[in-house]
Design a protein. Structure first.
Length: 276
């Protein structure tokens, strides 16, 4: 055999196993939430979809969880390179300092006003009723967006708001409502049900959900990450996973399982628009 080809063969045999043995470094995402339900069986639809994207992603992704309030989470994601927030409503202000996924990782039916069964508030609820009663307070989570329309209304009526800054704001507001310290609070019915299961102190207390006048559109929650190289790498991997052929069916199926057929019907038009 020609000596030149012998050298090439030897070099190939030496290099090939080494190159094959180099592992692909996973993309590490630190996910911030204001809830300790992350480790429970009752995971939110956003987490279920995110785990499906993680599983199908061509780029390996590892996810670690950190619990923080909404207000604290914004400070963390601005400073930490690979920190992300999930289920976040996209607003112009947030887009100035966060990178958002192209598609929402969750779609929720319109948010409701959660109140007590004996409440005299109308259904659908009108925010005008806040001005008709003394000491009327609606609970909201500090730093959270409830959509552009509702945020604008809340901004004009801050004297009627109770700002909750607890880690588990939904469970905390449930407790305040049960004691009639507030007239109600804003939340999605599915989130309310999950929080109710994990709040032993509120077992036995009944609540009801009121539609909100003029608020008929589903809410879309996105993955939002630090505006850094690491943050862009995470967003790019998630956006790429969203384009895989089997994801759309999983996405719709997970939403239907989570919300049930009746509420999922409210989301079908939105599915058609975003899942092209």
């Amino acid at each position: 055999m020609n000596m030149k080809w012998c050298y090439i063969l030897i070099i190939t045999l030496i290099i090939a196993p080494v190159s094959q043995a180099i592992p692909v470094k996973p993309i590490e995402m630190i996910l911030i939430s204001n809830s300790n339900l992350l480790e429970s069986e009752d995971k939110s639809i956003a987490l279920k979809v995110l785990e499906a994207l993680q599983k199908n992603s061509e780029s390996p992704i590892t996810i670690k969880y950190v619990v923080a309030t909404h207000a604290r989470a914004y400070q963390m994601v601005k400073k930490q390179l690979n920190y992300c927030m999930f289920n976040l409503i996209k607003t112009p202000e947030r887009e100035r300092f966060l990178l958002f996924s192209q598609q929402p990782i969750s779609i929720y039916p319109p948010i409701r006003l959660i109140t007590l069964p004996d409440s005299s508030l109308s259904n659908p609820f009108s925010f005008k009723q806040m001005n008709d009663a003394e000491n009327f307070k609606i609970g909201i989570a500090t730093g959270r967006s409830y959509g552009l329309i509702i945020d604008e209304i809340l901004g004009r009526n801050k004297s009627h708001l109770y700002f909750n800054n607890q880690h588990n704001s939904t469970q905390s507001l449930m407790g305040m409502l049960a004691k009639k310290r507030i007239a109600g609070f804003l939340e999605y019915t599915s989130t309310m049900k999950d929080a109710y299961k994990g709040a032993e102190s509120n077992q036995g207390v009944k609540f009801k959900a009121l539609a909100i006048e003029g608020n008929t559109k589903p809410a879309m929650g996105y993955l939002a990450c630090s505006p850094s190289k690491a943050g862009k790498e995470i967003i790019d991997a998630i956006d790429k996973a969203f384009k895989l052929p089997n994801i759309n069916d999983q996405y719709i199926s997970l939403h239907r399982q989570y919300f049930g057929d009746q509420e999922a019907k409210l989301l079908f038009d939105t599915f058609d628009k975003i899942l092209e």
